[in-house]
Write a protein that binds this ligand. Structure first.
Ligand code: UDP
Length: 238
């Protein structure tokens, strides 16, 4: 195994990351590209779990604003994450990576139900586990689901793959002088409302002392480099 600082990690991918240049839905080439990133790190022995959002398909809050009852809208959002999880599973399996999808909302004909000990066993056996349907509860986000599963799986780090290579003091797309933080404390993220992940997710990671690593999913080899301690990222810790 490569000299990774972290041996078992959970990677959170937002639904929007799967859209590519499209305005909606799943861009299969983008899914393949991200799957390739996962495969590279996985082939070196890293144990990887994934949580994928659903912002590319359905967000409970916006649907609730449109008149769908909030909990129902959130369940619809969770169901949409299952579609993204299956798309990622398909891409990974086509590359020869063994995977399992586990859903927090049981749907046995489609995938396994979430069983913590079974998920841990899959990871030990080198399978990439994709956790679908968020936490299974409305009023939560897939960021919180990612933090929850990272804690349950006793991961060494929670990775958040984003559009930029870390957390900046202002929006780097608008301000050319924006500077990236190499490290941040959980406290600063929460007190400055830096919106890296939602507050529930950051709090859960702080309580369990699991670092959050924010990096770009657009850099080729970025995931692997960050894991090897070479890539550009922001590390959030105590
Ligand atoms: N969701 C939920 N409970 C969860 C996770 C997700 O109700 O534990 C719903 C919620 O409606 C959310 C949607 O699923 O808007 C999609 O998840 P999210 O917005 O976190 O996706 P992302 O922004 O990461 O693409």
């Amino acid at each position: 195994m490569a000299d990774y600082k972290y041996k078992r990690v959970l990677l959170k991918i937002s639904g929007e990351a799967l859209m590519g240049d499209q305005a909606y839905g799943i861009d299969t080439d983008t899914v393949k590209r991200i799957a390739g990133e996962v495969k590279d790190a996985h082939s070196k022995g890293l144990q990887i779990a994934l949580v994928i959002g659903a912002g590319n398909i359905f967000r409970g809050l916006s649907a609730a604003a449109g008149g769908i009852e909030r909990s129902t809208a959130d369940y619809m959002g969770m169901l949409a994450t299952v579609m993204n999880a299956l798309a990622m599973q398909s891409a990974l399996e086509q590359m020869g990576v063994d995977t399992r999808v586990q859903s927090a909302i049981p749907m046995q004909t489609v995938c396994e139900p979430y069983i913590r000990r079974k998920a841990a066993r899959h990871m030990e056996k080198g399978r990439v586990v994709i956790f679908a349907a968020g936490t299974g509860n409305p009023y939560f986000t897939t960021d919180t689901a990612a933090a929850l599963r990272a804690a349950e799986m006793e991961c060494d780090a929670l990775l958040k793959g984003t559009q930029v290579d870390g957390v900046y003091d202002s929006d780097p797309n608008k301000n050319p002088d924006a500077t990236r933080y190499d490290t941040l404390t959980y406290h600063k993220v929460l007190s400055d409302d830096l919106r890296v992940m939602d507050a529930a997710a950051v709090t859960l990671m702080r309580e369990n002392n699991i670092p959050i690593i924010v990096f770009s999913l657009h850099e080729k080899g970025g995931f692997d480099q960050v894991m090897a301690g070479e890539g550009t990222c922001t590390i959030i810790k105590t």
